[in-house]
Write a protein that binds this ligand. Sequence first.
Ligand code: PHE
Length: 445
Amino acid sequence: METQSQWGSKLGFILASAGSAIGLGAMWKFPYVMADNGGAAFLVIFILFTMLIGFPLLLSEFVIGRHSKTYSTRSFGHLTGNRVHNLIGHLGNIGVFILLSFYSVIGGWILIYIIRTLFALVTGGKQQDYEGVFGSLISNPLYALGGQALFIGLTALIVAKGIQNGIERASKIMMPLLFVAFIIVIIRSLTLEHAMTGVSYFLKPDFSKLSADSILFALGQSFFSLSVGFGGMLTYASYLDKKTDLTQSGLSVVLLNILITILAGLAIFPATASLGIEAAQGPGLLFIVLPYVFDQLPLGQLFYLIFLLLFFFATITSSISLLEINVSNATKNDNNKRVKAVILLSIGVFALGIPSALSSGLLSNTKFLAGTFFDNMDYLVSNIMLPLGAFLFSIFTGYLLDRQIAHSELVTKPYQEPLFKIWIFLLKFIIPLVIIGVFLSLILK
Ligand code: PHE
């Protein structure tokens, strides 16, 4: 029997969706790619893609989820009467399983650094040889796998408690804390010497640095960081009542995501600039550059701890949405089966994640196709499955879904009528074309 869950409030739904969106994409990948690709020029392109591509896709996930009121591997066929369409849901269901398997590796690193920094705070020791420490921690199988297991375990604990008591409650606590932590770190960053050099480096547009690759990345990022293409937002919207305005809620999620992207830059660049460090340091930014930066400051380790916690909140609110997609499909929304499904799926995710966790250590020399096992999983999900999912979502909504269904879900006020027409136009013509263009340029590269 289906015992369909519901969000307790509209705010809970928005915070959970924003929590899913805001994650490693916006806070970890974005700042260093942006620093490398023309600063604000890149931000402008990203915002454009987010509004014209990510946002319409987010609304299409919302429409399908709320109208079908069911899990993602059933919702498509349920709306059109053709079960073949459920393949879109299956693609996403497999995609998130793979994504969580390596997302949790980074989540594990964050947890390990939280524990380390807590210790350093208590013992008053300074961390030295930042690069060496990072390298030896993530290459140690005990830490890499232990951190990953712990991260998956925490995700599982929240998801096992269900929609209102688990996901909604966690989001309502963590998302406001995330903002508070951000404000603290940004004030600290902006009051450093030379902070403005960092701000202008971050905000001054340099269009000459924009390459074809940066445009591709900005596009991929517009799906990834809004969590669209795999049915995560569909799943969350299936727990939503009929009263909530989808366009407004979607816009809130999009704006929060853009805001956080900018805040992340404001937290990081002034701090690195004040010490004259190049910010474009790749993934090591959080674990190598920032601990160094903060160690130079009074109370620096405390600020670094807050920074890490901020990353932890952002990451886990995304990973719970990833696991929830699998759980809703595995249980067919029968809450009595939730705990068992959470346990089995978490074990599965961990097992698949083992080679990814070991990719920075034991398996670092085992390379094929795109690089290490981790790199391959990332490539498969971010460059192939997610754009494919996004493409299918746009085709489904633009061509296969009854226009009346979408209309009834989105247009509740007269001013939304013209927006609806633009939305359909983007989904039918622009989004599929842009995605095909990106695919081709990746393959022909
Ligand atoms: N949006 C998340 C991030 O930026 C990742 C994600 C993708 C989550 C797809 C759910 C579904 O980290």
